[in-house]
Design a protein around this ligand. Sequence first.
Ligand code: ADP
Ligand code: MG
Length: 205
Amino acid sequence: MLDADFFRRWLTATAASVEREAERLTALDSPIGDADHGSNLRRGFAAVTAVLEKEAPDTPGAVLVLAGRQLISTVGGASGPLYGTLLRRTGKALGEAAEVSEARFAEALRAGVDAVMTLGGAAPGDKTMIDSLVPAVDALTESFVAARAAAEEGALATVPLQARKGRASYLGERSIGHQDPGATSAALLIAALATAAEASEAADA
Ligand code: ADP
Ligand code: MG
């Protein structure tokens, strides 16, 4: 079962990998965007870590709703409201349970990804974060490790695509041949699930 601590660890692990990879995310956002994706997410996830420490919400749903709200209010770019909606909607779907099963989390995350698609209007193949989130959610019924592999594969698969949503779509065919920054950061978010789970196993051993 996954408790509030697990979800706090998930977001803290995401913040750490965003911090580590911020320059790469910004570099990916430079040929097909405005070179701010790394700094946007670094600021957003640092604020998430800080607010979770301060308020220490005690259910999985409350952790995710608070984190989502924080991303929406601190990230200026398109990705802030989109990631914020992902976490907020996932948190709402988890309700007030003190612990949730992995299967229930997988369902909730699917509701979160659906909300991102509704908000941003992107579908799979449009060269956005959706291209790593959708395969990740599909693989999540199997395991966190499978979801991580699926998200990484989804991010790599954005290279030959032409962007149809977001800033990169203004480039038309010139967006082809570059990896999407948002699909890349979404793969970091999903990879952090496996990191958080490994930390729980180590603590239980
Ligand atoms: P901005 O484009 O405002 O500078 P960021 O650079 O932080 O914002 O984020 C860019 C990323 O956001 C893109 O790489 C893409 O994955 C994602 N994105 C942009 N628009 C959409 C959308 N409509 N739906 C889903 N994801 C989107
Ligand atoms: Mg940008």
